[in-house]
Design a protein around this ligand. Sequence first.
Ligand SMILES: Cc1cc2nc3c(=O)[nH]c(=O)nc-3n(C[C@H](O)[C@H](O)[C@H](O)COP(=O)(O)OP(=O)(O)OC[C@H]3O[C@@H](n4cnc5c(N)ncnc54)[C@H](O)[C@@H]3O)c2cc1C
Length: 444
Amino acid sequence: MALFHASQYDWSKPVDSFWETGRAQFDSVAAPSLSRDETADVAIIGGGYCGLSAAYHLARAGIDVRVLEAGPIGWGASGRNGGFCSIGASFLGAAELKTIYGEDETLAFYRVLVDAVRLVETLAQDEAIDLKRHGDGVWTFAHKPSRVGELQAHAEVLSRIGLSARVVDTASFGREAFACTEQFGALHESVGFALNPLAYCLGLARAAAARGARIHAQSRVLQWRREGEHHRLVTGGGSALAKHVIVAANGWLPEELVPGLAGRMMPVLSNIVTTRPLSDEELRTQAWRTDAPASNTRAHLAYLRMLPDKRLLFGGRGDTTGSPAGGAAMRALLERRIARLFPAFANIETTHSWRGFIAATRRLTPAVGELPDDPSVSFAFGCHGNGVAFMTWAGRELAKRIAGTATALPAPIHGLPPKFPLPTLRLWQLRLMLARAWVEDAIA
Ligand SMILES: Cc1cc2nc3c(=O)[nH]c(=O)nc-3n(C[C@H](O)[C@H](O)[C@H](O)COP(=O)(O)OP(=O)(O)OC[C@H]3O[C@@H](n4cnc5c(N)ncnc54)[C@H](O)[C@@H]3O)c2cc1C
């Protein structure tokens, strides 16, 4: 069910992201569209991190696999995100996770998150993927003094699993990172870094293809039918008959094709702008010293990083239509936020503005597993805007489960999340959630 404006589901349209401008130098994979009837052990819907990581790991295990992607490879969130390779993937904080799932399962989930970041590093090393890695660690800065406590709780959980994380005061953050009109101390996690998301995605595609996975771009799955023990996925040009299907479409989940997943995912638009390259003088005025990505504690969070060529990348959420007018309004909003947080950058032109879907679930944690009534259909979705590392991990996990080598999933991410009530009205629920977030930001 297409909840947003039709333009968000137009696979013929370029993404218009800053990353897209450098696509040609990383795009070295032959990904012909599916043009006849083919077979595979596993067919994957979606050519982002999840689908490509699953394909890579399945092919390494000697399993015959095909990826079907509706647009160019990396057309979805994987080719257009902010490039934070960090731990996250849930809208629940450490304390809330512990209350719901208990200490052991929460720690198991955090170990997965750390493992996910390490997996991206390992893949890059093993497969010579040039991530365009930038910055070490990740900052989260408190937008109000009252929010420092949650950073401390997060740091404590990280230290319980042996990771270094430190909470610094306003002055130290200013000395180490940047000057900002709205920061009251910050958390620095040692795990994580920034990368070029499209370079990583295309590198993963190349690695999967080199291991024997067949990858088909411009091959949108339009129909899905059962043929005995097999699934037939039909595209405009051909079909793939497979014993097993992985649904790796995240925020673009084609719910009409997979009734078992319908109504269980909330697509949320995330918007990004990049400025022109900033001068040394402009950077000095904001005392900019860090290459590490950063975000704040607002429910309407701001996420930002200085790119290698000194453009500020600045992102946020709030567009509930997906229309061209909604995109223009978000661009103006993000420009106003930049000016408010960084006065020296007010009136600096933004050169690129784009958006895409992140996926939320009703339980506010990701979902990984198989359909209860059909274990030959696997899924992973709902990483709440933090999926560079997590969806790579989830793809590997789904591959392991098919190959029969997986271990148990931590409770916070295992299996299907509940349906949203009245799924056709999800956009209205999202509007309500965003309105609540404005209030929370104002009072908490
Ligand atoms: C603007 C933005 C900023 C973000 N910033 C960050 C960040 O800095 N750090 C971070 O960790 N995460 C970030 N995220 C989230 C992250 O990008 C995603 O969680 C991750 O890329 C999801 O990977 P995926 O493979 O599951 O899905 P996607 O990369 O979205 O891939 C799904 C694919 O499925 C395809 N598809 C859909 N329907 C069909 C069909 N019927 N047939 C064939 N193919 C189909 C789509 O075209 C799409 O390419 C951001 C997301 C957005 C949108």
